[in-house]
Design a protein around this ligand. Sequence first.
Ligand SMILES: [Zn+2]
Length: 279
Amino acid sequence: MVYTAKLSTGQLAFLFPVPDAIPVRGALWVVVRKNEVAVTDGKQPTIFCTEKPEVLPGSSGRMQYLGHQKTIPCYAAEVAAGTELPHGWEYSGVRELFGRVPDEELAIAALAVQIMDFDRTTRFCGRCGAKTRQLRTERAKFCSDCNLITYPRLSPAIIVLVRHGDKILLARSPHFPAGLHSTIAGFVEPGENLEHAVHREVFEEVGITVKNICYFGSEPWPFPHSFMIGFVADYAGGEITIDNHEIVSAEWFHRDNLPPIPSPLSISRALIDHWVERH
Ligand SMILES: [Zn+2]
């Protein structure tokens, strides 16, 4: 294994069934406002609030169990859009926390945002429209009217660095900031395995075939619910032909001539950095 995921909550234990009552003290809370979390300012910022944040004027009262950090339970607590934070706290997007808080806290912030989004979007049954209730025995919602169980949504996506001699393939999506190039990525379709998805995405986006597909590592990417599975592969054949839809340009790049690439938080960057170090 060469890759250490930055947004994986590996340090957190998930203990089920969760207790009925959320304690008033002795737990850690992460305050979530839409896609942002509260973080302290100052020299050693933290996202952890040691008092139950339901006293905040904008609290919706909605809380979700995240997991246990050793023996301490962690919860996400939702506040309304306009809620002002106490002195010394501010809101931050999850990506902006990278490098500002320890990676473990970054991962818990990402989980908190994702789980609150799950809570918000599953209050009613997707099949019959009745109100759901939280299950205590697993992270899921249950509809008593039709027995449907709804789990948090996870969308697996492959991401692949394609090598060709001393060059790699990088491409530009029309949504990227100016100049930025990245590795090929795309969602796994129902019925596919990961290798199929790699072959299909590369061929669809740039018209080439690949071989020697090797697993690199994976990364939760909760923006809002992707899960990236990273690979390296070798060029097998074909000419670069872009689809002009998902991709607006694609080229082979030498390590000495790389374009702007994604931030160090992403697995795409890790794939590129790992290749550069080896060459
Ligand atoms: Zn239902």
